[in-house]
Design a protein around this ligand. Structure first.
Ligand code: ATP
Length: 724
């Protein structure tokens, strides 16, 4: 089924169950013909009903029952639709109140401008009043009739009219005189006896009245507070014109005279606060190509960029495009309040409210048994998105929160009062606290696995934490949420990076089944800042605006950009708006709920009370210091594990000895590859002011070679210097 230039007026849509497969040789029936859907092609005849994509008004024999049914539909509802539900009524009234308030404020701000305009128009107004008065006094409106009587030489009629005019003028003159005398007396009284404010008020009223009278009809006094706009219907012609304006040659060919056209597998219909069109792009054109040109598409549709949301349909072929065109821009659309804003608590075993899609529909995320990766370029809403998730987690009194905000601006500080572990800043101490906490969680993996393994099978039929098991205090299987904002600070750190990556990789892989949820947010999604093993294992991925496909795929998963899931299409103003993978069956566009600092404080306070009542506050939230890792002196330890005879030593040799000597402090280094061992010690020695270099020495088999090492004397010197 095709749409060509000639048949554009009859653009049709085939419902797939009725006509399949789409036939290339099909052309639309002329408008006058009854569309039968029978299609001649070279080899086959397709049968089915043809449904006009623009749903034209049907004409045909009068069907009385249908007519009556239609009339019934035309009846106005007894109770307005918006008054039928409390929520709708509240929304409409709130909107009206806000709108009225806006209009009032708009005009209030412009009062000085309006006053100046009135003042400027006063002379014109006074002149108009004078002209009207003279015209009234001398009965000027009757002048043409009197002139006509003169020209027709109707003397009797003229005399009657003149008499009537003289009487009128006399009466009006008296009226005017009495009025003038009264006005003069009142003016004298006001000038002498009235208080100053009354005098000013009267002058103001007179000026305003004269100004209003002097206002030209085409220059209204008030500015327009709201520019009227009409929500335009989306039609197939608009969609085709817009697609034709993208500069994609295959589309232009398809729309050309001999082209095969573009088909609409479903009628264009209203979907939430906007229109939805489903389009089968020409053979060989993918949705990804259209997504790349979203701005051109918006221009072609003559809509704001924030209203135009093309999406792929993953269960269909890559050329199936769903184009949703909103009545207003997503960022401007009023966002429904976050459901947990004022009340309520959650269980992390159920989906938690996160935000809304373009159509305003709520989007929830099931965090249990998943991990989350949030990424974007700076200032596009990562931390806000993370905070929404963490505030929801805080409202599950069973969830233990370990929060590390490595930017240091205090974005998560509202949650400190409910956090088991909390640290902020890109400092060594925050990173050390984070690694220490990760190490605990890492150890917890084995403990939890053992607990679950030891349970009767009916209690853990799927070998994972269940809501019942999580609620049992004796098992310690409560949900555990570890969140690291700006995690690149940790993973790219010379000292802590490797160790942190080791723990995080294990947690992200084994944690979900054990009730441990890792949430990472980063503004630098490259392989150094986010180890592949971690990014590859995140189940839920939220990508706000990024600049390139590499960052896009690093966060959303390999191949996503190619498949049309492109966070590169977000614009400067699309803050808080992201592509999210792993929340629903298909990737979706979602805007996080907007919870600012003060709002977050209120929610965290409620979470604190919930936890207090449930007796689940723990760790730093009740003033317990996090367990510190054993303190040690690296330089002193190096001197201990080496002898005075060893002038030069290789890094890797020393690391092995250190791990043996003080396993609680150095055992994690022992598991590293040789190169990593060397690099780790190099970094630590550099901090202590000890240089490492290529060092000649012999390995255990007696073979001599060059490897990275250091002079023992340098270590002793650095230690001496520190002690002075
Ligand atoms: N859902 C939202 N709706 C509207 N605006 C939002 C939303 N989320 C975030 N913003 C806006 O985006 C700004 C930046 O948000 P945020 O601090 O979360 O960015 P970030 O990506 O964490 O920045 P950085 O990389 O510097 O840490 C906020 O100040 C806020 O005004």
């Amino acid at each position: 089924m095709t749409v060509t230039d000639e048949t554009r007026d009859n653009v049709v849509v085939a419902s797939p169950e009725e006509i399949a497969p789409v036939d290339r040789a099909y052309t639309c029936a002329p408008a006058s013909e009854e569309p039968t859907g029978e299609v001649d092609s070279q080899n086959e005849v397709l049968e089915g009903r043809v449904v006009p994509v623009d749903q034209p008004h049907e004409s045909g024999p009068v069907d009385v029952l249908a007519e009556l049914a239609a009339r019934r539909q035309e009846r106005a509802p007894l109770v307005p639709v918006w008054l039928r539900s409390r929520a709708d009524a509240v929304q409409v009234l709130a909107w009206q109140a806000e709108h009225t308030g806006y209009v009032l404020a708009y005009h209030a701000l412009r009062l000085p401008k309006y006053a100046a305009k009135l003042l400027a128009r006063t002379p014109a107004g006074a002149w108009r009043v004078l002209v009207e008065l003279v015209s009234w006094l001398f009965d000027l409106e009757g002048r043409p009739v009197r002139r006509a009587a003169v020209s027709k030489e109707e003397s009797a009629e003229y005399l009657a009219l003149s008499r009537q005019r003289d009487n009128r003028v006399r009466a009006r003159l008296w009226t005017l005189l009495i009025g003038a005398v009264t006005l003069t007396l009142v003016s004298i009284f006001v000038a002498v006896a009235a208080p100053a404010w009354a005098q000013w008020a009267i002058v103001g009223v007179l000026v305003a009245a004269a100004g209003l009278i002097g206002t030209p009809a085409d220059q209204p006094l008030l500015d327009r507070a709201v520019v009227p706009s009409r929500v335009r219907k989306l039609t197939s012609d608009q969609v085709l014109d817009a697609l034709g304006s993208l500069g994609i040659s295959a589309i232009n060919q398809a729309l050309g005279k001999k082209g095969r056209g573009i088909t609409f597998p479903a009628p264009i219909m209203r979907d939430g606060p906007g229109w939805r069109a489903e389009v089968d792009l020409p053979l060989g054109v993918t949705v990804a190509e259209v997504l790349d040109k979203r701005d051109k598409l918006a221009s072609g549709l003559r809509r704001a960029l924030g209203c135009v949301w093309p999406e792929p349909v993953s269960e269909e072929h890559p050329g199936r495009l769903v184009l949703w065109v909103g009545d207003q821009e997503m960022r401007k659309a009023r966002q429904p309040a976050w459901p947990l804003l004022k009340s309520g608590q959650v269980s992390l075993f159920d989906p938690i409210p996160y935000g809304n899609d373009q159509r305003g529909r709520p989007v929830s995320i099931l965090l249990m048994f998943a991990n989350v990766l949030i990424g974007s370029m700076p200032r596009y809403g990562k931390t806000f998105a993370l905070r929404v998730l963490l505030l929801a987690c805080a409202l599950d009194p069973l969830a233990e929160l370990r929060l590390f905000e490595l930017k240091g601006t205090g974005d998560l500080s509202a949650l400190e009062k409910v956090a088991h572990h909390y640290a902020k800043g890109a400092t060594d101490s925050a990173k050390a606290a984070c690694v220490a906490s990760l190490a605990e969680v890492y150890a917890e993996l084995d403990r939890r696995a053992e607990v679950i393994d030891g349970l009767p099978r009916y209690q853990a039929p799927e070998f994972k934490v269940t809501p019942d098991l999580a609620a049992r205090k004796d098992l310690g299987l409560h949900p555990m949420v570890v969140a690291i904002d700006e995690c690149q600070e940790l993973f790219a750190d010379d000292e802590y990076g490797e160790e942190a990556a080791k723990y995080a990789t294990a947690i992200i892989k084994r944690g979900p089944a054990l009730g441990i949820i890792l949430i990472l947010a980063t503004q630098r999604p490259d392989k150094d800042s986010l180890p592949k093993a971690i990014s590859a294992n995140a189940g839920i991925r939220i990508c706000l605006r990024v600049m390139g496909w590499q960052e896009n795929d690093m966060i959303l998963g390999t191949g996503m950009h190619q498949a049309g899931v492109k966070a590169t299409m977000f614009t400067l103003n699309d803050r808080g708006i992201s592509w999210a993978v792993g929340i629903a069956e298909d990737p979706i566009i979602v805007r996080s709920a907007y919870l600012d600092g003060p709002t977050s404080e209120l929610i965290a306070e409620r979470a604190h009370q919930l936890r207090q009542a449930a007796g689940t506050l723990s760790g730093q939230a009740i003033g317990q210091e996090p367990a510190r890792r054993a303190s040690y002196d690296l330089l002193a330890d190096i001197l201990t594990v080496t002898t005075a005879k060893e002038e030069k030593v290789w890094n890797s040799t020393v690391v092995d000895r250190l791990a043996e000597f003080r396993p609680d402090a150095y055992s994690q280094w022992a598991d590293l590859e040789d190169d990593a061992k060397t690099a780790t010690l190099t970094a630590r020695l550099k901090e202590c002011g000890v240089r490492t270099d290529d060092t000649w020495s012999r390995d255990s088999s007696g073979k001599g070679r060059n490897r990275k090492g250091f002079h023992r004397a340098d270590v002793a010197g650095a230690l001496r210097k520190r002690k002075i």
